[in-house]
Design a protein around this ligand. Structure first.
Ligand code: ARG
Length: 268
């Protein structure tokens, strides 16, 4: 009798285990089926998103995977490029975009953003022997930027909108290439990206200078189509990750230091 009970329990629990495993792959939370999300990005912006052996990797990729997991979603991250990612989100052919995208009023008219998840500012990348000392010195210089970024906007505020000295590129790597080849005197882009570039390419003799008078603080957000239902779930997950240490873990993996969460949290 005793022996029978033992076997019965084992069989029943094995059966339950199989059942719950099947369930986990298709449903989560309240049991409704959650689809696999399509995430688009411009993977030419290391260390946030770049391609490594055909795979899209970076801080943003680890971040969005962790957020999705927390919210109960699976996702697929696809490199489509900077301008196309906005087209896809507007047309709802993708569910969300993560690409070091600055939250600003202009974009908010067309898209929804998550709560802020990263603090950034534009800075200036120049050769070590350049005579550029501040943003004001860019006036009569040729400046390379990624088209459609806050960097372009900041430089056009300084040099004027139709100024031919502002060279616009499809991605930021091409802007840096132009500087390297002598076709530009400076690149203006997000601080972390150009600082990382200088660190990884010490032989190229570039430096980064800052100018908080000219360049504002910016916050990155996850981009959604307007009225996307995902925003509420993702905001909740992002806040939870900032509380439970998961955000700090990913941040430390990529930036080797602990994040300063106080400023981000005041913005939420
Ligand atoms: N933060 C800047 C902006 O939103 C530049 C972002 C560029 N991102 C990229 N993956 N190329 O305009």
């Amino acid at each position: 009798m005793k022996k029978f009970k033992w076997w019965a329990t084992l069989i029943v629990s094995a059966f339950l285990l199989v059942l719950s495993a099947c369930g986990a792959s298709e449903t989560s939370g309240g049991g409704e089926k959650k689809k696999k999300l399509r995430v688009v990005t411009d993977a030419a912006y290391a260390p946030f998103e770049y391609q490594d052996k055909g795979e899209v990797v970076g801080f943003d990729v680890d971040f969005i995977k962790a957020v999705a997991k927390q919210a109960g979603y699976e996702l697929k991250v696809e490199h489509v490029g900077w301008d196309p990612l906005f087209v896809e989100i507007k047309g709802k052919t993708a569910d969300l975009a993560v690409s070091a995208i600055t939250i600003n009023d202009d974009r908010k008219q067309t898209y929804d953003f998550s709560v802020p998840y990263f603090l950034s500012t534009n800075k200036i990348l120049i050769p070590k022997d350049s005579d550029i000392k501040s943003a004001a010195d860019l006036k009569d210089k040729v400046v390379a930027v990624q088209n459609g970024t806050t960097g372009q906007e900041a430089v056009e505020t300084l040099l004027g909108k139709e100024n031919k000295n502002v060279k616009k590129f499809k991605d930021n790597n091409l802007a840096i290439m132009e500087l390297k080849n002598g076709g530009a005197d400076a690149v203006v882009a997000d601080n972390t990206v150009i600082e990382e570039y200088v660190k990884n390419n010490p032989n190229e003799n570039f430096i980064v200078i800052e100018d908080d008078g000219a360049f504002e603080k910016e916050f990155y957000g996850v981009l959604f189509p307007k009225e996307s239902k995902l925003k509420v779930e993702f905001d909740k997950a992002i806040k939870e990750m900032m509380e439970n240490g998961e955000y700090a873990k990913i941040y430390k993996k990529w930036f080797k230091v602990d994040p300063d969460l106080t400023e981000l949290k005041t913005q939420q």
